[in-house]
Design a protein around this ligand. Structure first.
Ligand code: ATP
Ligand code: MG
Length: 198
């Protein structure tokens, strides 16, 4: 079992690097943002609730987010070799809940990959993604709010995982391939895990 958290600001490249990690390490992908966007697209009750927060750049409430992740762990992610958590946890209570959920399943967090990217670059990437994909929360006002929320509520997790000795800092600027290369090196050093492809 290897459970990895992919951590970083909005637009830091979590989705992009997740795709490579799944391919190379045979991990199951749990993206909190994708789960929520899927509910919004399908027009479920949860989707309507989620949309009211996401469109304002706010986080959805911890209890709700945690119960969604718990459900996913016990359904789709059950019996997998390991999980990559993309976009979760985003608050200290979520991190504590995740540690507890994994412990109760006789597992643990094995590494936290932190994609470190300056705010100006995050903003530029999200504005670009908004233009290219029409993603609703990639507009100037919501982006500004998301960055503020990130610094206030999510960034404290960096210290939290540094203290636990689980944090692997990665320079998230530059070429996608080079960033993935740094991630592989970092994972090898921290966990001994080797990628299946090269
Ligand atoms: P990236 O581009 O690096 O993949 P992102 O921040 O642009 O990251 P998502 O992770 O897809 O995008 O999240 C989109 C939105 O979904 C967040 O702004 C937030 O409102 C909601 N959300 C996602 N994960 C959580 C979470 N763990 N807790 C609360 N809300 C969340
Ligand atoms: Mg994402």
């Amino acid at each position: 079992m290897m459970n990895i958290i992919l951590f970083g600001g909005p637009g830091s490249g979590k989705g992009t690097q997740s795709a490579r990690l799944i391919d190379n390490y045979g991990l199951y992908h749990i993206s909190s943002g994708e789960i929520l966007r899927d509910h919004i697209k399908r027009g479920t009750d949860l989707g309507r609730t989620a949309d009211s927060y996401i469109s304002k750049g706010h986080l959805i409430p911890d209890d709700l987010m945690i119960s969604i992740i718990e459900h996913t762990l016990d359904t789709e992610a059950k019996d997998k070799k390991g999980v990559i958590f993309d976009g979760f946890p985003r608050t200290i209570p979520q991190a504590e809940a995740l540690a507890d959920l994994l412990k109760r399943r006789n597992s643990d967090v094995h590494a936290v990959i932190g994609l470190e990217v300056p705010d100006e670059e995050l903003t530029a990437r999200m504005l670009n993604r908004g233009k290219e994909t029409g993603r609703a929360d990639d507009n100037p006002e919501t982006i500004e709010k998301r960055l503020k929320v990130y610094h206030e509520q999510t960034q404290p997790l960096r210290e939290h995982y540094i203290k636990k000795g689980q944090y692997i800092p990665i320079d998230g600027t530059g070429q996608v391939d080079d960033i993935f290369h740094s991630i592989r090196e970092g994972l090898r050093e921290k966990t001994g895990a080797e990628a299946s492809k090269s």
